[in-house]
Design a protein around this ligand. Structure first.
Ligand code: GRG
Length: 298
């Protein structure tokens, strides 16, 4: 296995290709509606680890999917992720001023433009998947659209966000907290992994193994986020920290303690790695990604 440092380099190479794809897919326009495109570009370009597109590409690579198709599907997932961050940062939700080390979209532009920029990114993600350049087979394109819709909608990320907003009044038990996180964070990460298999027309068993891997690293990722919220500074994390404790929110850290949460994240990484054993040595980048998610600082 190569080191975490060399995985960071692999992730960064993929991020460069994802950025170029997003830049092409979101050209600036000079007409009055150009303001929303400018806000979409602000939200989607420059910054972010691009973990979800990396997972699409690494899963697709298991089946030798042409890189351009995987990058387009990865860019679509990243558009959804960026929209979710823009809307999550709004005063009506988390009310954050800082994201990826810069002012949030509603601070750099205004609230209405931020709402529209999120809407624009979400909508365009599906346009990208439905484009024949993403896959020549219409049935595959329909399957990609369905997969992303399920991962991002009320049965996935949006549903998780709805539970999260109500969480202070819900008295969630451990199972409830796990369900919240598996929808809010896990669903889009699992979806990213599954999209790689969908692009390849791989069997359901491969799709499900990748989805289970994604859910496990999604949990580990969320725990790492909870740990960062406690341990990191806004300067290092590039976003506000300490918010969960201030809001009295139940997190894996508040439930398990810092050490317990870190141990649970390690267990989840092992579980994730077990799910992709069937793919053999070709799954090495995905194994490294699983280890990376709990060592990250941003
Ligand atoms: C508004 C519909 C809607 C959903 C919001 C993603 C989300 C749901 C909320 C973000 C809140 C949050 C901090 C969740 C923890 C995990 C997470 C998604 C962190 C941000 O993702 P990274 O670390 O960010 O991949 P970068 O900037 O690297 O892309």
């Amino acid at each position: 296995m190569t080191t975490t440092h060399s995985f960071a380099a692999t992730l960064s190479e993929c991020a460069t290709a994802v950025n170029a794809t997003l830049d092409r897919l979101l050209p600036a326009v000079a007409t009055p509606e150009g303001r929303v495109v400018e806000a979409m570009r602000y939200a989607a370009l420059d910054g972010g680890k691009r973990l979800r597109p990396f997972l699409v590409v690494a899963a697709a690579d298991l089946f030798n999917v042409p890189r351009e198709r995987a990058l387009r599907a990865g860019a679509a997932v990243e558009m959804v992720h960026c929209y979710s961050l823009v809307h999550d940062d709004l005063p009506a939700m988390d009310d954050d001023d800082l994201r990826r080390g810069r002012p949030t979209v509603h601070k750099a532009f205004d609230e209405a433009t931020a709402i529209l920029a999120g809407d624009g990114l979400l909508t365009q993600a599906f346009e990208v998947l439905a484009d024949p350049a993403t896959h020549p087979d219409g049935a595959v394109r329909a399957a990609l659209v369905t997969e992303l819709a399920k991962g991002s909608g009320a049965a996935g990320m949006v549903g998780g966000q709805m539970i999260d907003l109500q969480a202070p009044n819900l008295n969630l038990d451990d199972a409830g907290l796990i369900r919240l996180q598996s929808l809010k964070t896990g669903a889009l990460i699992a979806c990213s992994c599954r999209l790689g298999a969908v692009l390849a027309g791989a069997p359901d068993s491969a799709r499900d193994a990748l989805g289970a891997y994604g859910q496990a690293i999604g949990f580990a990722f969320q725990i790492a986020d909870d740990v960062l919220d406690v341990e990191s500074s806004a300067q290092v994390a590039g976003k506000a920290t300490g918010k969960d404790a201030a809001a009295g929110k139940a997190t894996f850290v508040s439930r398990l303690g810092l050490e317990g949460a870190i141990a649970e994240a390690r267990r989840l990484v092992e579980q994730a790695i077990g799910q992709i054993e069937i793919f053999g040595p070709a799954a090495e980048p995905l194994r490294q990604a699983a280890v990376f998610v709990i060592g990250r600082k941003t």
